[in-house]
Design a protein around this ligand. Structure first.
Ligand SMILES: [Zn+2]
Length: 229
């Protein structure tokens, strides 16, 4: 039996999105927790704020993803509807167009016409959607799945600093959450870089730098408000 070959490209897309989603959840929730803690808020309220940040962030990611992937799905559907109309109005022209695509891909004119004729007879809309419009089932826009995946990865990232805040002594929440979050960010940054074929260390350092900056600024703002209160 022929061995199944597995292309990295198949998993790069969604793995990269998952890592970036988790990164987003981790960084925004860690910064929120550090900022609120710097304002000397009661420990219980820090956790409530962190949990609210997790839920709000996950929902907004889901909403944003659902809206953007839905509009992609709408565009795909409109293209396929247009193709269906063109096939009904100009079948011969469409078949010639399909053959021309196969010639550009390297087939002889005779073979291209034969392939176009057979594929048209078998499933004309499917052949045009795939070979003319470039749509494939694997890449089909799935708004609900995309929204759920985005919310889940954000929530998983956000749960890390929240868990650390729960188990940390109240007076050490800021340094422990910052320290652990920077380690988590470094790991995620390295993984994202590796998945994208880039050097892991550079990827990790880049994310740690921005993470430290975000948490530092948020802690500063929190401390400012804490003093003012
Ligand atoms: Zn066509």
């Amino acid at each position: 039996m022929q061995a199944l070959e597995f292309h990295r490209g198949d998993r790069i897309g969604w793995l990269r999105a998952a890592v970036l989603g988790a990164n987003d959840g981790l960084l925004s929730t860690a910064s929120l927790i550090v900022g609120v803690a710097a304002a000397h808020i009661a420990p219980r309220n820090i956790l409530v704020a962190g949990l609210a940040g997790l839920v709000a962030g996950a929902m907004s990611m889901a909403a944003g993803e659902y809206v953007s992937v839905s509009s992609q799905a709408d565009t795909e559907k409109a293209d396929v509807d247009l193709e269906r109309r063109e096939l009904a109005e100009n079948a011969a022209g469409e078949e010639a167009e399909l053959a021309a695509i196969y010639v550009r891909r390297g087939l002889t004119a005779a073979l291209a016409e034969e392939v176009a004729a057979q594929l048209t007879a078998h499933d004309a809309l499917g052949a045009h959607s795939r070979d003319e419009l470039g749509f494939s089932d694997a890449l089909k826009a799935r708004p609900v799945q995309a929204a759920l995946a985005s919310a889940a990865t954000f929530a998983m990232g956000a749960a890390l600093p929240l868990f650390v805040a729960i188990i940390s002594p109240a007076n050490l929440v800021i340094p422990v959450v910052i320290g652990c979050s920077l380690i988590f960010l470094g790991v995620l940054g390295g993984v994202a870089a590796r998945v994208g074929g880039a050097p892991m260390l550079a990827g990790a350092i880049r994310v740690i730098f921005w993470g430290a900056l975000a948490m530092g600024i948020t802690a500063g703002v929190g401390a400012l408000f804490g003093v003012a209160a």
